[in-house]
Design a protein around this ligand. Structure first.
Ligand code: CO
Length: 134
């Protein structure tokens, strides 16, 4: 059911420092920072030949990644995103198997303008999973 790895998201305490690290030290192609107030994050995308790394930093008062940064002040891996062809079919299959879909189970439009869902990390090896319909 899941397809390609779309991205790995890292929450970072200093977005400029993290972008510079990926650009200068690791030699990757890095986007400008993009504020996404609807998602409560500012993002920088690192383009790799086979996938992307999403650097996330909290934006605003109720950022969904603020708690993560409070618990992990040095930053860390926040989620992995897998592509699916049909997000509604994927959701129904996962719910039927007992997996918990976060946030009301209706797909919403994610940071790339495509429908996404998040799955409970306790059901998936301690890893928050994002599914994105491509
Ligand atoms: Co993501």
């Amino acid at each position: 059911m899941i397809g390609r790895l779309n991205h790995v998201a890292l929450v970072v305490p200093d977005l400029n420092a993290a972008a510079a690290l990926y650009k200068e030290t690791l030699g990757a192609e890095v986007s400008d920072a993009c504020a996404m107030p609807d998602h409560g994050v500012t993002t920088v995308f690192v383009e790799l030949p086979n996938t992307k790394i999403e650097l996330l930093h909290p934006l605003g008062d109720d950022s969904p990644v603020a708690g993560f940064l409070a618990k992990n002040p040095a930053g860390g891996m926040h989620h992995v995103c897998y592509e699916v062809e049909d997000i509604t079919a994927a959701r129904d299959r996962l719910r039927a198997s007992g997996a918990r879909v976060l946030g009301g189970a209706e797909p919403r439009i994610g940071a790339h303008g495509k429908p996404v869902l998040f799955l409970h990390p306790k059901d998936f090896c301690g890893t928050l999973i994002e599914l994105e319909q491509v």
